[in-house]
Design a protein around this ligand. Structure first.
Ligand code: SAM
Length: 301
């Protein structure tokens, strides 16, 4: 009745409602799909708050589950598109989102969906789009990298992820958390950990700690690089063996025994002491280094 009259169906973020809904639809959760559903209003509120939505904006949700976050997004944003891989959840989502005309569910694997086309089809009328999701943890990094590399016109990415991964994304140079994921994320975004989340807000409870992170997408990448693919190749190479120096890692990747003596002057010209380790270099230093290295390799060092 509530659905037909256009009113919001009852909020479902409680352990009992979640259990009842799953039971009614004869569903058991799949660990392999990262199905840990949110059952806490306070956390849902924090996620929504961090996304800074309003009725002029759109939200893309990845993995709506039974729709607890989707309902809140539909109240906060002008339009919500939710991509769910598990076909079994679709009838259930029809029920929980029936009273929310601003929410559209698409069945698919977000890693395979053509997001540019999805944006063109669903987000024409909105000013900005944010990704807001309680992500399936087994594919966090591929999902985030896809969103960033496709250079979608995003304002924010606000996601629940594993705490350790959030810490790596937000890490500054100099510590063990800082690596190629930190650099890739910070090249495109300004990360901020919004809150650390206890196990108890999920059904079933995951056996890792969680955090909500906001990635504010930059208008332009943090540094200017001529060749993005090469920049990231240099970054990757520099962390191949974390305990080795930047000199040793780069020599192994880009030089031979005969040519590697050329590397030391390249590093020095870039202002980088060859004995440093990859985890001490800032993104700006990697940009200078990749430019110098690319020039030198093109000259046939
Ligand atoms: N949003 C719900 C919540 O907060 O309660 C569910 C979050 S649950 C952690 C992750 C959801 O992502 C599940 O519903 C799962 O089926 C879905 N999922 C897993 N892999 C996916 C993929 N590759 N593409 C789209 N959805 C996926």
């Amino acid at each position: 009745e509530a659905q037909r009259s256009g009113q919001h169906s009852e909020d479902i973020a409680s352990p009992k409602r979640t259990k009842d809904l799953l039971q009614k639809h004869g569903l058991t959760l799949k660990k392999s799909l990262g199905q840990n559903f949110l059952i806490d209003h306070n956390i849902l509120g924090k996620i929504i708050g961090a996304a800074e939505l309003d009725s002029t904006k759109g939200a893309l949700e990845i993995g709506p589950g039974i729709g607890a976050l989707t309902q809140q997004l539909a109240k906060a944003a002008g339009h919500v598109v939710a991509v769910e891989i598990d076909q079994r959840l679709l009838p259930l989502l029809e029920e929980t989102l029936g009273g929310y005309p601003h929410a559209t569910v698409i069945h698919g694997d977000v890693l395979k969906v053509d997001l540019k086309q999805l944006f063109a089809e669903h987000f024409q009328g909105v000013s900005r789009v944010s990704v807001v999701a309680n992500l399936p943890y087994y594919v966090t990094t591929p999902i985030i990298m896809k969103l960033l590399e496709e250079k979608l016109p995003l304002e924010n990415i606000v996601v629940m992820i594993q705490k350790e991964v959030a810490e790596r994304m937000a890490a500054k140079p100099g510590g063990k958390d800082y690596g190629s994921l930190s650099i890739a994320v910070q090249y495109y975004c300004e990360p901020e950990i919004v809150t650390i989340v206890p196990h108890t807000v999920f059904v079933p409870q995951p056996n890792v700690d969680s955090a909500v992170i906001r990635l504010k997408v930059r208008e332009k990448p943090r540094v200017e690089v001529e060749d993005e693919a090469f920049f990231f190749e240099v970054v990757q190479a520099s962390f191949t063996q974390r305990r080795k120096t930047i000199y040793n890692n780069l020599a192994a990747r880009f030089f031979t025994k005969e040519t590697k003596e050329q590397l030391e002057p390249i590093l020095r010209e870039a202002g980088i002491e060859p004995s440093r380790r990859g985890e001490t270099l800032s993104i700006e230093e990697y940009a200078v280094l990749s430019r110098r290295l690319s020039q030198a390799l093109k000259l046939g060092v």
